[in-house]
Write a protein of this length. Structure first.
Lengths: 488, 300
């Protein structure tokens, strides 16, 4: 593995892929999936190993880049960075943009390295474990995630739940995730796929934020300023060690599960960190732990998603599926035999995750000073630029103007929701989780012949549900004791 | 993915003066893409490449248009389909398994992508053994079907030959292929017909132009595709994807389309398991939340 990465051309490819990935990751609306799908044909003519190295490096870069715009502009560059906006932006507006970036970049590196270790050492046993999860288990897992959702942001329970259920409702139109029948499309074909994640996301966060800033009456706009260092002292990392390890482990595991990506990984890690934290009220107001959890986990999903891909040929994410296509086009058969038949390809993939994470860290840390200047660009230049990127990104997704209108519509919705103090994060999480929950519940019911009983009779599913209920009860309890202790 | 192979071959061999621009319109089983192509200008510049999904979406009721709303250009490439079970499955042959599906109908869980060609492979199998019934469940794409099969959450499923080639070492086994002949990649695998199940199915990639595209435009495209099919690039990639490099134009093409449409007409869909009306439940929850949030506003 070492001699492979001693070659300057391979290192150049990793550098190129990582840098391109960071760039598309940082631009709201452009995603790593897009970059990799567009680059795939270019790799047809390359040596298989070179092509894989380039694509995997792009994957790592794209997951990492999102934190830049999430932190400085409160616009997640990729879905994976949604949770980073919650704490990264408040910290940046409080005069510490460098520190916020530094924490995100450092946590990304550590998350990436821990999942790389898992990929390197545990690929086979972990891939086997993940197949034990059937539709009922996956449904219960989503319920557990929703139980955690009750604590997003600092709004009241009714508002959080309202925003979450609105998100679920917005996910409903289109093809039923299980039966394949059409629902709430009102006869329009372009509605068959419903509202897509990317237009909704960039609309709510990017366009909504622009509208909010443009219409703020007193002309007071939350401005990121400050010129602090992005270097974070080692002692900070040591005191966050358990958070880092937990978040990376959650991210890696979620990455392994097919169909659930980096956004859910960072969500789950964020929630878990908030539960475990001694200062949960800091979350949402610039918590260091929040940034670390979100960013460690989303980078960890990359290694996780590659585990079933190379050991079983099962992609753990959309990008994983594109990479699977790349392997096949190059005549490589993913699966247990890949380790024996094409060890150099496996080593290239695993090695790239390591090298690319290191390069990502170096690129982002050395540019942090320069990157944080981004937010001092005057709004009259920045806003048209970001709006242009958003429109381009939404259109490029499928070449449909419908997606652009969806994005603008959700810009207005996001802006109004913010005014009504409805948490955007809860909305997006409801939107992302609903189809997964519905598909798995319905698939389970179809497989069981209409019975809901396996939810309770399958041990893993039962455990997950009990944990979810326990979380809700525990939260109520702790809230009660809190109010008892603190007279308000 | 499939079209990108053509793009690459056409560009490398300078077969066309204009570049081939691919617009990948993902989602909803290809219906959004096929609708876009149907409504495009019939100038020969916008064409559609789609597999059997164009037939099944219409039959399943998710699209009120189908092959008849396009001018066929060509069919290029056929993928075989296999039926697979987990390695330790008690069934060692398709006839045994179908016997079981016949004696205990609706017990064997078949993982599919409902409404997609993969679902129809199973419907053809049922038809091939009168009385045999599967219990269908939504599993999704090939990778998800593999994971669910491995984990024992479904009893059987279908894969394209290319998918099976990728997945076979992950601990699954194919019982039969659904071709007329044995698959060249798996000469030891019997066909369903050899097992006395009268079922055949395969995936063909079709190229379509919007209705009203002129004859010479179509024949130009036919020529372009035919010339692309003999390039080394295409030959290599088809081999990697385990696709048979068939080319149908003219009479052969019309015949293939007619035959596929006709076979679907013999399939009747059964009423699926009722789904929980989650959308209405959530609507009610949202309504209740609005009420509480409103009350909160008043008290604050």
């Amino acid at each position: 593995m070492i001699d492979l990465f001693a070659s300057p051309s391979i290192l150049g490819l990793v550098l190129l892929g990582t840098a391109l990935g960071i760039t598309v990751g940082a631009i709201p609306g452009l995603t790593g999936t897009m970059l990799i799908a567009l680059s795939l044909p270019l790799t047809f003519s390359m040596e298989p190993v070179n092509g894989l190295v380039l694509l995997v490096a792009m994957y790592v870069g794209a997951v990492s880049g999102g934190l830049i715009s999430a932190t400085l502009l409160r616009m997640p560059g990729t879905p994976a960075a949604i949770m980073t906006t919650l704490d990264g932006f408040p910290m940046a507006t409080s005069g510490k943009p460098g520190r916020a970036l530094g924490l995100g970049v450092g946590a990304s590196l550590i998350g990436g390295l821990i999942s790389w270790l898992a990929l390197w050492q545990l690929a086979e046993p972990m891939a086997d474990l993940s197949t034990k999860l059937g539709p009922f288990e996956l449904f219960s897992m989503v319920i557990l995630a929703l139980a955690m959702l009750a604590g997003v942001g600092d709004s009241t329970r009714a508002r959080g739940l309202l925003a979450g259920s609105l998100g679920v409702l917005v996910a409903m139109p289109g093809m039923h995730p299980a039966s394949g029948e059409l629902r709430w499309t009102f006869g329009f074909t372009f509605m068959n796929e419903g509202f897509r994640l990317i237009p909704v996301l960039i609309g709510m966060f990017a366009i909504g934020k622009i509208l909010q800033d443009l219409t703020s009456k007193d002309g007071k706009v939350e401005q990121v300023s400050g010129n602090d260092s992005a270097w974070i002292a080692l002692s900070v990392w040591i005191s966050n060690l358990s958070n880092l390890i937990r978040s990376s482990a959650i991210g890696t595991f979620i990455g392994i599960l097919p169909g659930i990506g980096a956004n859910i990984g960072s969500l789950a890690a964020y929630m878990a960190a908030k539960r475990a934290s001694k200062k949960p009220d800091k979350f949402g107001n610039g918590s260091e732990e929040g940034i670390i959890a979100s960013e460690a986990a989303n980078n960890a999903t990359v290694g996780g998603a590659l585990i079933p891909l190379i050991s079983l040929g099962i992609p753990g994410s959309v990008i994983g599926a594109v990479l699977l296509g790349a392997l096949i086009v190059h005549g490589l058969q993913p699966g247990p035999l890949l380790f024996r038949q094409n060890p150099e390809a496996v080593h290239a993939i695993i090695g790239t995750v390591l090298v690319s994470n290191l390069m990502m860290f170096m690129i982002m840390i050395s540019c942090a000073k320069w990157i944080s200047k981004l937010s001092s660009i005057p709004k009259k230049i920045l806003f048209p630029l970001v709006t242009g990127c958003c429109i381009w990104g939404a259109y490029a997704l499928n070449g449909m103007w419908f997606d652009v209108s969806v994005m603008l519509l959700f810009g207005i919705i996001g802006w109004r929701m913010e005014k009504a103090k409805l948490p955007l994060a809860a909305f997006v999480i409801g939107f992302v989780l609903a189809p997964i929950a519905e598909e798995n519940l319905c698939a389970g019911i179809m497989a069981s012949g209409g019975s809901y009983l396996p939810l309770l009779t399958r041990p893993i599913s039962l455990c997950l549900l009990i944990t979810a209920i326990a979380l809700i009860i525990w939260k109520r309890k702790s809230k009660e004791t809190n109010t008892n202790h603190s007279p308000s | 993915m499939f079209v990108r192979i053509f793009q690459n071959a056409i560009r490398k061999n300078n077969l066309c003066s204009q570049p081939l621009v691919i617009k990948n319109i993902a989602g909803a089983g290809g219906t959004i893409g096929s609708r876009t192509a149907r409504d495009a200008e019939a100038d020969g510049h916008t064409i559609l490449c789609l597999h059997d999904g164009i037939y099944t979406a219409q039959h399943y009721g998710n699209a009120d248009w189908g092959p008849a709303d396009f001018e066929p250009i060509a069919a290029t490439g056929r993928s075989g389909v296999v039926v697979a079970v987990e390695e330790d499955s008690p069934y060692s042959s398709l006839s045994e398994l179908m016997q079981e599906a016949n004696q205990r109908p609706y017990q064997l869980v078949y993982g599919t992508n409902l409404g997609a060609p993969n679902h129809y492979s199973a419907l053809f199998l049922q038809k091939g053994k009168p009385g045999a019934k599967f219990r269908f469940t939504q599993t999704g794409g090939g990778a998800k079907r593999l994971a669910q099969l491995k984990g024992g959450h479904i009893d059987l499923t279908g894969f394209s030959v290319a998918e099976y080639q990728q997945f076979k070492d992950a601990g699954i086994k194919a019982l039969a292929s659904l071709g007329e002949e044995r698959e060249p990649s798996f000469p030891n695998l019997p066909t369903a017909k050899e097992e006395n199940i009268e079922a055949t199915h395969s995936l063909i990639q079709f190229w379509w132009a919007p209705k009203g595209t002129s004859k010479d435009k179509i024949s130009y495209l036919q020529n372009l595709l035919k010339r692309a099919m003999v390039t080394d690039e295409i030959k290599d990639q088809f081999k990697n994807l385990h696709m048979e490099p068939i080319v149908y134009v003219g009479e052969d093409l019309i015949h293939a389309i007619k035959q596929r449409s006709k076979r679907l007409q013999g399939i009747t869909l059964e009423k699926p398991t009722p789904m929980p009306p989650l959308e209405w439940i959530v609507l009610i929850v949202a309504g209740v939340c609005v009420f509480f949030a409103y009350r909160e506003n008043k008290t604050v």
